[in-house]
Design a protein around this ligand. Structure first.
Ligand code: GLV
Ligand code: MN
Ligand code: MN
Length: 410
């Protein structure tokens, strides 16, 4: 059993085939959650799941889980990730975890191995949060951390809800989100950062995931003529949005440590060269591995926004789009990943994750862990995201062996 290995060519074929759906000219992929491209990607992965003999269910938030029977009944050992992407996504973020899961299943099928406990491969709706907030929506509902009703009612920028889009693409399933519980959860993912590559290490044994805080600020000021309005008489929503973005960055730089801050969206209205903006929308993404520090960053942002409201004479509405506390993975599971990787001859580093992942939603409810493989130049959420096949093979072999050790074999 320890000699069993995945077939990297077969796995790469699936990664490339899924990457053709929503492919962008010049590379990369756009498969935003619940778009037509997401539907086509889902259809392909479901077809593969069925061809591999998995028992496929779709739950009410559109999570898809394929179960392979074990010698005994009961909760499966689960793997998986997501197949939605950001609008400028690569081929690997999320997709690797799902398709490596299928590769593990095919490897076991070929070898004629029945595991003691069932195995399952899942993909979870809207992990990215790029179209509907919060991120990790499907796995959050699956694990009871987010409300099904609230998530179904969440709308995109056109005012269409998750529930309506699920109906539209045929993935409004009829089973309860928690109908397939996991005995344990293991996710293979690309690191999406520079650490493994820089240190020339092949496998990351992920110790936890940093806390995430997303806020959307809507600024209301007064539109006026750019040439005639004296500087001291302006209520400039555009300026305030920029000040929020630079304030977030300054706060993170001053805090130092693990604190990061990003303003990924700034929208102005009316968005014209010679008109002071009357409305602006700006988002701030704050992350830290330390919950207390993250709360200090949030408080500093609230103080900054109060100061800008007062000084600039504008109204600023703050809306929380996502808030997840830092997560620590089960010690025994992290050891299992690290020991398995070492036994397979790979260099290993224990490290936290900077990105959010479906596995973090499972962590409070069952033993959970993640396996990282390097990202070339540390680039992700970018069409140039790349991980070499040799590294993917290493990660998928670790996944295979970790799943086998958790599920047991007859
Ligand atoms: C989700 O993928 C995130 O970390 O933003
Ligand atoms: Mn991901
Ligand atoms: Mn992502």
């Amino acid at each position: 059993m320890n000699n069993l290995r995945i077939d990297i060519d077969r796995l790469m074929r699936r990664i490339r085939a899924l990457g053709e759906i929503g492919a962008l000219e010049g590379g990369g992929v756009c498969r935003l959650a619940l778009s037509d491209e997401d539907k086509a990607g889902r259809d392909l992965v479901v077809r593969w799941m069925r061809e591999l003999g998995l028992d496929v269910t779709v739950d009410r938030i559109g999570n898809v889980i394929g179960v392979r029977a074990g010698a005994v009944q009961g909760p499966p050992v689960m793997t998986g990730s997501h197949i939605d992407t950001v609008a400028t996504g690569g081929l690997y973020d999320g997709n690797l975890g799902v398709l490596a899961g299928l590769e593990v299943i095919e490897t076991l099928n070929e070898a004629g191995i029945t595991t003691h406990h069932p195995l399952a491969v899942g993909f979870f709706t809207n992990e990215e949060g790029a179209r509907f907030a919060p991120d990790m929506m499907g796995s959050g509902v699956h694990q009871g951390a987010l409300s099904l009703e609230e998530c179904l009612a969440t709308v995109d920028s056109d005012g269409v809800s998750v529930g309506e889009h699920l109906e539209r693409i045929g993935y409004a399933g009829n089973v309860a989100a928690d109908s397939v519980r996991a005995r344990a959860f293991v996710e293979l993912h690309v690191e999406q950062g520079p650490v493994l590559e820089k240190e020339n290490i092949v496998i990351g044994a992920v110790t936890g995931v940093q806390g995430i805080s997303w806020t959307q600020y809507t600024v209301t000021g007064t539109s006026n003529h750019a040439g005639t309005t004296p500087m001291n008489l302006r209520h400039d929503a555009g300026y305030v949005a920029a000040a929020i973005a630079t304030g977030a960055r300054r706060i993170a730089r001053e805090m130092g440590g693990d604190q990061v801050a990003t303003s990924g969206v700034i929208e102005l209205a009316p968005n014209l060269v010679n008109v002071i903006a009357c409305r602006a929308r700006v988002t701030v993404d704050l992350r830290n591995t330390d919950e207390q520090a993250l709360q200090r960053a949030e408080q500093s942002m609230a103080d900054e926004v109060a100061m800008l409201t007062e000084r600039e004479g504008v109204a600023i509405e703050a809306r929380t789009l996502a808030r997840f506390a830092p997560v620590e993975f089960d010690r025994e599971m992290v050891d299992r990943v690290a020991d398995t990787a070492e036994a397979l001859g790979h260099s290993v580093k224990r490290m936290p994750s900077g990105a959010g992942h479906d596995a973090q939603m499972f962590a409070p409810n069952c033993p959970a862990a993640m396996i990282f493989v390097p990202s070339k130049d540390g680039i992700s959420h970018n069409v140039h995201e790349y991980t070499a096949p040799g590294e993917i093979r290493a990660g998928a072999d670790v996944l295979l062996q970790v799943l086998l050790s958790l599920a047991g074999s007859e």
